[in-house]
Write a protein that binds this ligand. Structure first.
Ligand code: ADP
Ligand code: MG
Length: 253
């Protein structure tokens, strides 16, 4: 089943710069699709279009076979619940005035009346927060801290815990480890892999780092200057038929 289908999507900013140009791909249920490309090639713009944070000029995006441009207010709610995003910078993604536990509870409080959780269960605020922290291997006592009182790696684990708390179908991971030191990067990638299996998630894993993309993904798409140049199975990464630009990325990793 298709989780996400992107057809000929084009996005031009007001200044006339086309950040995404005729991009098409499919992301199947349960897979991790890797999107790789250098800084400025349009990855985050595309991510924002997929979440309907940004509108598209032409083309279509289908989430679970429903055209997202056509979702009405009532249909937008389940859409917003089912597709979550984790950004590069966890400090900017967390409200500095909220304790970790309150940031973690926020999505649940928003959607509690329409949620049927299968992995997590809610009996009390504290018990729920404890489950979420445990799921991302953070100690329970961090619940009462503020974002500036924990490390960058821990902050990113919190944003991941928040994204999984309402058990979405798809998580868009936009350079989730780019702001972290090398050790935390490896740990967070392993955590994401583990969560994908236990929670049966689909991922769009975005990175400028082909090594990370290749480690995480079953299939890979390559973008440059807003265009999709190559798409292939991870096992075909080193094939002769790869696009010259993909080979260039391989040579520098
Ligand atoms: P990436 O995530 O791959 O680094 P982005 O999607 O952030 O790339 O940016 C793609 C291009 O679009 C860049 O040239 C960037 O300067 C431009 N861009 C990004 N956001 C905006 C915006 N809000 N307004 C105008 N141009 C933008
Ligand atoms: Mg980006």
């Amino acid at each position: 089943m298709s989780m996400l289908t992107v057809e000929n999507v084009k996005k031009t900013y007001k200044d006339g710069h086309t950040a995404v140009s005729n991009v098409s791909f499919e992301l199947k249920k349960g897979e991790c699709l890797g999107l790789v490309g250098e800084s400025g090639c349009g990855k985050s713009t595309l991510a924002r279009c997929l979440l309907r944070i940004e509108s598209i000029d032409s083309g279509a995006i289908y989430f679970k076979e429903q055209a997202i441009e056509q979702l009405n207010e009532r249909q937008l709610r389940p859409f917003r619940k089912n597709i979550q995003i984790v950004f590069q910078n966890p400090t900017a993604a967390l409200n500095p005035k909220l304790k970790i536990k309150d940031s973690l509870l926020d999505p649940y409080i928003q959607y509690q009346n329409e949620l049927t959780l299968t992995h997590f269960s809610y009996s009390s605020k504290d018990a729920f927060v404890k489950q979420l922290l445990e799921a991302v291997s953070l100690p329970a006592h961090l619940a009462n801290r503020y974002p500036h009182e924990i490390s960058g790696g821990q902050r990113q684990r919190v944003t991941i815990a928040r994204a999984i708390s309402i058990e979405p179908d798809l998580i868009v991971l936009d350079e989730p480890t780019a702001s972290l030191d090398v050790i935390s990067q490896g740990e967070v990638l392993n955590l994401l892999k583990e969560l994908q299996t236990t929670l049966q998630l689909s991922y769009l894993f975005i990175s400028h780092d082909l090594a990370a993309v290749s480690q995480m993904s079953q299939r890979i798409i390559v973008m440059k200057n807003g265009k999709l140049l190559d798409q292939f199975s991870q096992t075909d990464l080193f094939d002769e038929e790869r696009h010259p630009y993909t080979k260039e990325l391989i040579s520098i990793f």
